[in-house]
Design a binder for this molecule. Structure first.
Ligand code: KG4
Ligand code: ZN
Length: 388
């Protein structure tokens, strides 16, 4: 079965083709094209929805065409179309959804709506063979190249061989992106339960806002990671919000132990920024390293705690912030140090940030086509608990 995935929830325009057979534990990536209007947004220090939507309109057809051409796909051999229906920005979402509906009608192919957040989890179900031939078209920012490439990983902890094998259920997914920080329990495909999430800013959003405070280029996540390499993570003692919230009473609802909060961190940094006034590169690096460490500590400790409490066999990372090497390393180190029998699954970095391969993959494992007439974009879409 071959599925065309389409992703346009924010500033990335993505199209990808995956192939898999029923019973497969991972899918094969045949083609993966991502372009981004990030460079335009970096000038304004944040995403302007109107501009993001216009860029989606400009590039959706060329990106889909290129994805098809790259793997020499004949439309008669395509089995289905998968598209992100939410959450995201309404303008960009509509571009993908309406394009997918049109293609479904014209090509007479089934269409599968995909929740973007579930999509991030499914980046863990794509074979990690050498699919890095898949490049962006180089038009704008090229986000496909992955610092995990064997030649550039020398100073990092190499991913353990376990990440190459399919994730084992029951699993815990940590989705950390620009808009979301969520912990989700997954018993099997199609069986999920939301455990908790951020009460205010998402981890990526906090990094983006703090990056701006520190005068670093947008987006803040990768800029802070870069700057932190020369900094001392202990230089500033930033708060670790809700780290030891042990309120299990509400289980998976607000008040639960699995919630996060990152907006206070931004205020704490702002307080320092106001006091310091004059910044040296060393101070910026120290602030970056300390903030990054605070966020990582919270994410790692809470995720591992949840994985142990629910006796889960694997942890699946997903979302743009999961591209952070320090975060990936710390998860691996803690699992090893505490001798936990938990498999860590981490997608290659170019599949952590937004892409259409994860959308097509989610559709393969949750194959529920609907009539194209019923497909609608839903910017507010969240997790529907489907625990079977
Ligand atoms: O998943 P994503 O591409 O888009 C959303 O669905 O939001 O995530 C984007 C977020 C941004 O906040 C960006 O700063 C963050 O991911 N990010 C990173 C890194 N790369 C992207 N954060 C930390 N370290 C990185 N290397
Ligand atoms: Zn995303």
């Amino acid at each position: 079965m071959k599925i065309l995935g389409i992703e346009t929830s924010c500033d990335e325009t993505g199209a990808a083709i995956i192939e898999a057979k029923p019973g497969n534990k991972k899918v094969k990536l045949l083609s993966n094209i991502v372009t981004s209007s990030l460079i335009l947004h970096s000038k304004t220090g944040g995403i302007i929805p109107e501009i993001a939507a216009r860029e989606q309109v400009r590039y959706i057809i060329p990106v889909i065409k290129k994805a098809i051409k790259n793997c020499k796909l004949k439309i008669e051999n395509l089995d289905a179309i998968a598209v992100t229906v939410g959450p995201g920005l309404i303008g960009p979402l509509l571009v993908g959804v309406e394009t997918a509906k049109t293609l479904s009608y014209v090509w007479q192919k089934p269409i599968i709506p995909v929740n973007h957040l579930i999509g991030h989890i499914y980046a863990n179900f794509i074979q990690r063979t050498d699919d890095r031939k898949q490049k962006t078209d180089g038009r704008k920012t090229d986000k496909s190249d992955d610092a995990e490439h064997p030649s550039s990983v020398s100073s990092a902890i190499r991913p353990p061989s376990s990440v190459l094998s399919p994730p084992i259920f029951p699993a815990l997914a940590l989705i950390v992106s620009g808009g979301h920080t969520d912990l989700v329990l997954m018993r099997k495909h199609g069986s999920i339960k939301w455990l908790g999430g951020t009460r205010d800013d998402a981890a990526g959003e906090a990094l983006d806002k703090i990056g701006r405070l520190l005068g670093l280029p947008y987006p803040g996540g990768p800029s802070i990671e870069q700057s932190a390499k020369n900094g001392d993570p202990k230089a500033f003692n930033f708060p670790r919000p809700m780290l030891h919230n042990n309120d299990f009473s509400g289980e998976a609802r607000p008040g639960s132990a699995w919630d996060f909060s990152f907006s206070g961190l931004k205020t704490a940094v702002l307080r320092h920024v106001k006091i310091i006034k004059q910044f040296s590169n060393v101070t910026i690096a120290d602030l970056s390293a300390s903030v990054q460490q605070a966020i990582i500590d919270v994410l790692v400790v809470k995720t591992l705690k949840a994985a142990q409490k629910y006796k889960l066999k694997s942890i699946l990372l997903g979302g743009g912030v999961a591209a952070n090497q320090k975060l990936r390393n710390e998860f691996q180190l803690k699992i090893e140090n505490f001798k936990l029998k938990i498999q860590l699954s981490v997608p290659p970095k170019y599949l952590c940030t937004d892409n259409a391969a994860m959308i097509a993959t989610a559709a393969f494992f949750n194959y529920k086509p609907i009539p194209w007439q019923n497909l609608t974009a839903n910017p507010e879409l969240y997790f529907d608990d489907v625990l079977q």
